[in-house]
Design a protein. Structure first.
Length: 498
């Protein structure tokens, strides 16, 4: 009949033939089913399509550069992409055959995988060389910074840095990059110091800005070059262990053209503005009692209160203590003379190496090693009076021995005031009285001091001084044990000998 017969040997055709024999058709829901004979005649033969190839994960073995994108269904070569070459695997290969992967891997030419591999190896070698150079330079800079920071922290001159580097060269082998790069020149040291200073200042300002309130302590002073400078400290609160702890840090020093209230206020406001400290959070200012600072009409504190009305002004408590003690001592005539004698003793030894050598030799013979140097009394150095008196009491025997050995007019002029009973009595009494005052001054200079401790420390010191009126202290008691209660006159000494 011209129709194609179904071949039973074909599995697909055999299934279709069996279905048609049982009356199944494509429209099984129709009322009139196609007879088996007619259905068998209308069956179309469909050849199965070739299955789509898939990416095999085993192809990536020893091929870290091969990447398969499951969303796009493409294979890529990351090595060729990073080397910026153009081929099928940089745009994406859609034919999933291992032969294509092998062909790409073994290909040659400017845009091949081999060319990309060469570029990658060259780049890696250059990166290794660059990293080695940078690492060596970084180690050298860190080593130089350590020595520069050590010199600055210990007040060593910049000229000491090269010698310090040579001293530490065995421990800091990375300090020297080559024979031409040593980081020892004066400009390098100054640049390192400035860099270290900037880092320290940035960390300090971050801590100060984090505080809800801060205060400043300022004073003006003249340096050795006769330039007037403004010295500023900042006090702020820092969160440590869940509580706020007060901190006092050095903020900066600025040179003043004129040391008047207007110039000091302008310089202080400029410093706070440059360092990013909000003036609205300034809660207090501490100064001395000079009129330029606390003047009621145009002082620095008055000018600051015009900008921040809530500022609390405080006269430095340690400075106030030193002023009160100094003014009280100046009202006693003999204490003024006593301080002059102490300074004369200081100059006698400090300005003469010969006299100082004699003093040290006598101390060695007497085995008196409690103190080897006398101290100068200065009104600007709050603890100098106590240190000077204690030094005289400790080495009095050695001082007298040197002065008598010298037997010059100057030494004899010193021997007369220091060998009298009154001088020795006052020296030992002041050694007992000035010690609690020195302890009070040190307590007032603590950075963690608050207002609640001021009166307690002051009252306890006053009680100790009151007891010295009725009961002599340790130094005076030791002196009275070896000295008579009342000094003997020359007539009494002659009568006693006879």
């Amino acid at each position: 009949m011209g129709k194609r017969k179904l071949v039973a040997s074909d599995p697909c055709q055999s299934k279709i033939q069996k279905l048609s024999m049982f009356g199944f058709s494509s429209n099984s829901g129709s009322e009139h089913s196609t007879p088996p004979a007619q259905a068998s005649n209308s069956v179309k033969i469909v050849k199965p399509s070739t299955p789509k190839r898939k990416f095999n994960i085993s192809w990536k073995f020893n091929r870290n550069w091969l990447r398969y994108d499951s969303k796009l269904g493409l294979m890529f070569c990351d090595l060729c992409i990073s080397a910026n070459v153009q081929n099928v695997f940089t745009e994406g290969c859609s034919i999933m055959k291992k032969e294509n992967v092998d062909k790409h891997e073994k290909g040659t030419g400017d845009n091949s995988h081999s060319a990309a591999l060469c570029k990658s190896q060259s780049a890696e070698n250059m990166e290794v060389v660059r990293q080695n150079a940078l690492s060596k330079s970084k180690s050298a800079i860190i080593s130089a910074l350590r020595n520069t920071h050590f010199a600055a922290s210990n007040d060593l001159p910049n000229s000491m840095v090269p010698r310090l580097n040579n001293l530490c060269i065995s421990q800091l082998k990375d300090l020297r990059v080559d024979s031409h790069t040593t980081y020892e020149s004066n400009s390098s040291v100054q640049e390192f110091q400035q860099s270290l200073s900037d880092v320290v200042l940035d960390r300090l300002l971050d801590r100060a800005r984090a505080s809800s309130v801060f205060s400043v302590m300022l004073d003006e002073s003249t340096d050795v070059s006769v330039h007037q400078n403004l010295i500023v400290y900042v006090r702020f609160l820092e969160q440590i262990g869940g509580r706020e702890v007060p901190r006092v840090e050095f903020l900066g020093i600025r040179q003043l053209s004129v040391a008047n209230a207007e110039a000091i206020t302008s310089e202080l406001l400029g410093m706070l503005r440059d360092m990013g400290l909000d003036l609205s959070r300034l809660g207090g200012v501490s100064t001395d009692e000079a009129s330029v600072m606390v003047g009621c009409k145009s002082g620095v504190v008055t000018r600051l209160r015009e900008l921040c009305p809530g500022i609390l002004a405080t006269h430095c408590i340690a400075h106030r203590l030193a002023l009160s003690c100094g003014e009280a001592a100046d009202k006693v005539t003999y204490l003024v003379k006593f301080q002059a004698v102490l300074n004369d003793l200081y100059k006698y030894f400090e300005r003469s190496p010969k006299n100082m050598a004699r003093l040290e030799k006598v101390q060695g013979i007497l085995e008196d090693s409690r103190s080897t140097r006398l101290k100068q009394v200065s009104n600007t150095r709050w603890l100098s009076f106590e240190g000077s008196v204690q030094a005289v009491v400790n080495i009095f025997q050695s001082v007298v021995a040197v002065i008598l050995e010298d037997n010059s007019a100057k030494s004899l002029a010193l021997h007369k005031p220091i060998s009298c009973y009154k001088f020795l009595y006052v020296a030992h009494f002041l050694a007992d009285a000035l010690k609690p005052l020195a302890m009070l001054s040190k307590s007032y200079q603590k950075s963690e001091l608050d207002f609640t401790e001021v009166n307690c420390l002051l009252h306890s010191t006053v009680q100790v001084l009151d007891k010295l009126i009725s009961y002599p202290g340790c130094n005076l008691s030791a002196f009275l044990q070896h000295a008579p209660t009342e000094p003997l006159l020359l007539v009494d000494i002659v009568a006693k000998r006879s």
